[in-house]
Design a protein. Structure first.
Length: 331
């Protein structure tokens, strides 16, 4: 996205007034609610709550993001309900291959009566999946940050884990819909219930961190205009709360403008809109061809469109997974 103008913070405040948006009233941010997922309930909550500790343990020991392991488990095993998962405890669809000397289970897949690995326990399946990803084919993935679930999802597809062209995007959708990225960070705000502290144990006091100096209204923060909207760019180490504080906006409002679910991880270079997004893209953007690893949210942010509008324009349900090569209307 090309920036048309670069504005100082003062210029941004003036523009907001002209647009009829108030940004000079400070609003206290509500405390995060202890809910287990982005929606009140999803069919995958039981699976996530049951296996999140196991996935996190594997993350610590083997360096594979817990979000990726859980998303793959959900996708490959139908959240533990597939015949292969029930009969053979195989949650990742790993086939026997020549080197396998363990148990075997036969099921129809790409070919009839294919050999899949069988395990005595689900724990063995999770561990073997970690060993499987340590093959030379997947080594480049371990150079990624543990929180880079998008890079891992794209890499798994590019390295041939699955033949489905929508595999990476399906993983990303599962992770974002169920906020599995929180688990990669070991759930610091206890937004998930799977590892909620026992009521009998007194909560430990938080360590006091030295406060970082923030740029206020007397400082300058670059703001830009693109897609006929005001936006800013996330810098290294920033959170949505940091940006909201600096712009003297409510964090809740800023999250709503950008379709950010609670706890959504920002990365340097991300776009954060400072006013509500549009219901359609501005010309000359009429359609978008989906690339590997793109989510609906990412596409909506690129063109400054509300996610709900993007679904409506294309007559899609919220269950839609964008596949590589799909063409989405933008207006």
């Amino acid at each position: 996205m090309k920036s048309i103008y670069s504005l100082t913070l003062c210029g941004f405040l003036s523009l907001v007034v002209l647009l009829g948006t108030s940004s000079c009233s400070s609003t206290r941010t509500a405390a995060p609610r202890p809910i287990p997922a982005a929606r009140a309930y999803t069919p995958y909550n039981d699976y996530i709550n049951r296996y999140a500790p196991l996935a996190l343990d594997q993350q610590r020991k083997h360096g594979i993001p817990a979000s990726i392991k859980l998303a793959q488990g959900i996708l490959e095993s139908g959240a533990g309900k597939s015949k292969l998962a029930k009969e053979a405890n195989n949650h990742f669809g790993i086939k026997c291959h020549r080197s396998w000397t363990g148990g075997r289970s036969y099921h129809n897949d790409d070919l009839p009566n294919e050999c899949f690995r069988a395990y005595d326990t689900v724990e063995e399946s999770f561990l073997d999946h970690s060993y499987f990803l340590k093959q030379k084919r997947y080594q480049r993935l371990f150079k990624l940050k543990i929180t880079d679930y998008k890079g891992w999802a794209r890499g798994l597809q590019e390295c041939g884990y699955a033949t489905n062209k929508g595999y990476a995007n399906a993983l990303i959708k599962l992770i974002e819909d169920n906020r599995l990225y929180l688990i990669d960070k070991e759930n610091p705000k206890r937004l998930y219930t799977y590892d909620a502290p026992s009521k009998s144990v007194a909560p430990q006091p938080k360590k006091q961190q030295p406060k970082k100096e923030k740029r206020g209204v007397h400082g300058e923060r670059p703001a830009y205009i693109g897609n006929e909207l005001l936006y800013t760019i996330v810098q290294q180490g920033e959170t949505l709360a940091d940006i909201a504080r600096e712009m003297e906006m409510s964090e809740r409002k800023l999250a709503k403008h950008n379709d950010f679910p609670e706890g959504y991880p920002l990365t340097p270079g991300d776009i954060v809109y400072l006013q509500p997004k549009r219901s359609k893209a501005v010309p000359p953007h009429y359609e978008h061809v989906v690339k590997v690893g793109e989510s609906i949210h990412q596409i909506a942010q690129t063109y400054g469109i509300k996610i709900s509008a993007l679904y409506a324009l294309n007559r899609l349900s919220e269950e839609y997974v964008p596949n590589e090569g799909d063409v989405l209307l933008l207006r």
